[in-house]
Design a protein around this ligand. Structure first.
Ligand code: PAF
Length: 286
């Protein structure tokens, strides 16, 4: 496994394997089974697997957890080696953003809702760094997790709009046995907070049950979900929304398919989760 810290070194390696199918998993490190599920899929589908580990300062707001974000390169390296990854790109902020950096990539429609409301500038940071990583690594396929559903949709839009010749795969959320979606930010939770954090998965179950009973008005589902979340200690709702899975715009009712999207602070951890809600009528037709 090669570890490259500079763009020059990555480009040299990529030039040598240009005839191979390159699979790419961009990460911010602090790897868990969610990341590894992406790596495993990349291993199956491509001949050369690249993982980037870079805590991207551009996608954190001034009051957010950039400094605190968990970093453990040695552990990540060992995990990736075990998976048979070919190249780790592990740059520093100075390497990614040269003095006077002033060029950004911004998606301006899907980025304005959900997480984009309380994290202004976040997605601009994500699209900018992902566009740079795509240019440096030139992968054939790139892998993202559905936990960051909005991020994945924005990346797909960027790839389409800017003609990146890259396939985007979005793989299912990986959960702990108790239902908590895996996230590097779960490490911020105390054991008491972690119990409260299960409310995100409980909310998904509640919403699915309501829809199963043909309660498909978003307003009613959201009201019940908010009540449940507010009943737990340490929680503060950022948003609870039901949106069209493609446009991310609010849906009044679930005619066919909706996406329940949750952003909830539990203690100092800001957690997100989501799930598709499918109308029983739609299911009956399938
Ligand atoms: O999902 C993440 O970990 C990050 O947003 C990404 C895609 C690696 C860009 O920094």
């Amino acid at each position: 496994m090669i570890i490259a810290q500079t763009i020059k070194k990555v480009k040299e390696v990529i030039r040598r394997v240009k005839n191979k199918k390159i699979g790419f998993v961009p990460t911010m490190g602090a790897l868990h089974q969610g990341h590894l599920s992406l790596v495993k899929r990349a291993k199956k589908e491509s001949d050369f697997v690249v993982v980037s580990i870079f805590v991207n300062p551009l996608q954190f707001g001034p009051q957010e957890d950039y400094k605190l974000y968990p970093r453990n390169f040695k552990k990540d390296e060992a995990l990736l080696k075990k998976e048979g990854v070919d190249l780790i790109f592990y740059p520093t902020p100075k390497i990614m953003y040269l003095e006077g950096f002033s060029t950004y990539v911004e998606e301006v429609y899907l980025s304005r809702v959900l997480c984009g409301v309380s994290r202004p500038g976040h997605f601009k940071g994500v699209t900018t760094v992902v566009a740079k990583l795509f240019n440096i690594i030139e992968p054939d396929i790139a892998y993202f997790g559905q936990k960051d559903y909005q991020q994945a949709q924005i990346i797909k839009r960027m790839v389409r709009d800017l003609n990146f010749p890259i396939k985007i795969r979005v793989l299912p959320i990986v959960r702990d046995k108790d239902g908590l979606a895996l996230s590097s930010r779960n490490s911020y939770l105390s054991s008491e907070e972690r119990k409260s954090a299960l409310v995100l998965f409980q909310s998904i179950r509640l919403a699915k049950n309501l829809v199963r009973r043909d309660i498909v008005e978003s307003r009613l589902i959201i009201k019940e979900v908010k009540k449940l979340i507010n009943s737990k200690k340490y929680t503060k709702i950022d948003y609870v929304e039901i949106v069209d899975p493609l446009t991310l715009q609010p849906l009044e009712r679930i005619e066919k398919r909706g996406l329940l999207a949750l952003g909830v602070y539990v203690g100092r951890a800001r957690l997100i989760d989501n799930a598709f809600l499918v109308s029983p009528k739609k299911k009956a037709k399938v």
